[in-house]
Design a protein around this ligand. Structure first.
Ligand code: ATP
Length: 374
């Protein structure tokens, strides 16, 4: 089957496909000799994040609506029972077999060379995809040694782990019914997010306790998944996760949209009011430090002419994957340099630094006295 035949099944004509490619809404890409197309701007039914290969379409992972007030949000969203899972803080991957190879695709529809290299550590991918070639395992890769995020679930103290939470089928944007999904995770020993089971709206007291425990343990939050397909999945996060997000990013605040921080401050205050947390010195200190301390360090560095950088440690199975990660960074315009690589036991331990040039440049300019209108 060719690309045009594949997309014609989704009512995309040859003309509209060619136009989308010409306008760069769809970009060709190749990984390890396998060619595919990345949807970077919505085209027909294809959302950003969709992957199109010669024979198949891997739809994007659907966005999840957020509630800011747990009790009211649950009451407004659900009339029937729903499943509750931990929301794990990492990065999203869709794992699928394409032309005989198993890849981990990111939210932005790139193949992630790091995650792809590490898939064999997570579950028996050969057995799973031999028996289920049309399925896509969706999950979060999380842990302190990942190439993207500085945050980690408190219980992953080294390296990374996979936490699966969904299964999709190629060619459709629907997710597999939740009970069936859980059965497959168990059958193939696929590690999952913590599943808290089935709840009813009247269990709200238990849910509040659940989220307060997660907040106390340094976890991100919960995802609520309906049993009734006409109801929607929603997510809710802890105040602590809002502060950790701010602390992990405020050193490069200049590169973020202001809403990133506004939303987190609002979420944290909603949490505080709903869960009767006092607006005391500890809360204000945490908020202030998360916002200002990393930024202060950046200003100090740039004012001294020192580059703002982020350091990462990651582990690889194959040495050749290291080069592929840097090619991937190059494609995504991430300015990263290898610091060191050495084989320790079965893994290649790699250290690299990301240069945060845009933040450095802006701070430098202000510090050296350039005037500007704001
Ligand atoms: P969105 O695209 O949904 O607006 P986002 O990119 O802003 O999300 P988040 O706010 O972190 O990201 O929330 C959604 C993400 O949470 C999902 O894409 C998924 O990667 C992650 N996640 C973690 N745990 C779960 C879970 N148990 N179920 C579903 N998604 C989960």
């Amino acid at each position: 089957m060719g690309i045009l035949e594949t997309v014609s099944k989704l009512n995309i004509t040859e003309d509209s496909w060619n136009e989308a490619v010409e306008e760069h809404s769809i970009l060709p890409d190749v990984f390890d000799g396998v060619t595919f197309y990345r949807v970077v701007k919505k085209v027909g039914h294809l959302n950003r994040g969709t992957v199109v290969t010669n024979a198949e379409v891997l739809f994007d992972f659907p966005r999840i609506a957020r509630i800011l007030q747990l009790e009211n949000g649950i009451k407004l969203t659900f009339a029937t029972p729903f499943y509750v899972e931990e929301k794990v803080d990492g990065y999203n991957v869709r794992i699928a077999r394409v032309e005989g190879r198993v890849f981990a695709f990111t939210r932005g529809s790139y193949v992630c060379p790091f995650s792809t290299d590490r898939l064999i550590d997570f579950f028996n991918i050969d057995k799973f995809f031999d028996e289920n070639p049309d399925l896509i395992v969706c999950g979060e890769i999380a842990g302190p040694e990942n190439p993207y995020n500085k945050e980690t679930p408190p219980y992953v103290i080294e390296d990374v782990r996979l936490f699966a939470f969904d299964i999709m089928t190629k060619g459709t944007d629907r997710q597999m019914p939740i009970e069936k999904r859980y059965r497959l995770f168990e059958k193939y020993n696929i590690p999952t997010v913590t599943r808290f089971g089935k709840y009813k709206v009247s269990d709200i007291k238990k849910l509040k306790q659940q989220i307060q425990d997660l907040n106390g343990n340094g976890c991100e939050g919960l995802v609520f998944k309906p049993t009734n397909p006409s109801e929607r999945t929603v997510k809710y996060v802890t105040a602590g996760s809002c502060f950790r997000d701010m602390r992990a990013t405020s050193h490069v605040m200049i590169e973020y949209q202001a809403e990133f921080f506004t939303h987190r401050m609002l979420r944290a205050l909603f949490y505080l009011l709903e869960h009767n947390v006092p607006l005391d010195k500890a809360f204000l200190k945490e908020a202030g430090e998360s916002l200002l301390k990393p930024l202060y360090e950046s200003v100090k560095k740039a004012a001294n002419g020192e580059m703002i950088t982020e350091e990462f440690n990651v582990r690889f199975n194959k040495e050749e994957s290291i080069k592929k990660l840097f090619e991937h960074f190059h494609n995504c315009k991430v300015d990263a340099n290898l610091v060191s690589q050495k084989k320790v036991g079965r893994y290649w331990h790699v250290r690299f630094a990301r240069r945060c040039f845009p933040s450095y440049e802006v701070i430098q300019k202000h510090w050296s006295g350039h005037s500007h209108f704001d």
